[in-house]
Design a protein around this ligand. Structure first.
Ligand SMILES: [Cu+2]
Length: 156
């Protein structure tokens, strides 16, 4: 019993030190990070890899955080040689047994109306709301502009 408690405390301490991933089975949010911003920036961007080990599709409906007036889910596409961002309508699909990447140049979280700059090393909670998994608080760490997640699976 005491041994079990020790292990639980050790896991809790590790989780507090490094916001590596968040799990709400069957979803797993890997390497959630925010891009650091210049002091006067009014917008910020967030990235992560969202895995779905389940047998049915889920959808990221929306998100919110206390650091911004609102958080939107955006797509980025090339349109006649111009990069365009648009809010994703109807939710972003996370396929059954698959994953969706929020990454530079693709889908991302857009923090609109930033209330303070995002500084390297800060940890910011963003609550992601999914159609099936519900609302999931995720700790995003602020990283330098040229940050690439380990493995590069969603930072390319
Ligand atoms: Cu955007």
């Amino acid at each position: 019993m005491i041994k079990t408690m020790t292990i639980a405390l050790a896991i809790a301490a590790t989780a507090a030190a490094a916001p590596a991933s968040a799990v709400a089975a069957p979803l797993r949010i890997e390497t959630p990070w925010l891009r650091e911003t210049p002091p006067a920036a009014r917008t910020g961007a967030g990235y992560a890899l969202i895995r779905n080990a389940g047998r049915r599709e889920d959808r990221l409906l929306d998100a919110r955080s206390t650091v911004a007036e609102r958080v939107e889910v955006h797509s980025m596409t090339m349109d006649g040689g111009i990069m365009r961002m648009r809010p994703v309508t109807g939710g972003l699909a996370v396929p059954a047994g698959g994953a969706v990447a929020l990454r530079s140049g693709g889908y991302h979280l857009m923090l609109m109306g930033l209330k303070r700059p995002l500084r390297r090393g800060d940890v910011v909670e963003i609550r992601l709301r999914f159609a099936h998994a519900g609302e999931l608080p995720v700790r995003f760490r602020v990283e330098p502009i040229d940050f690439r997640p380990e493995g590069g699976q969603h930072g390319r």
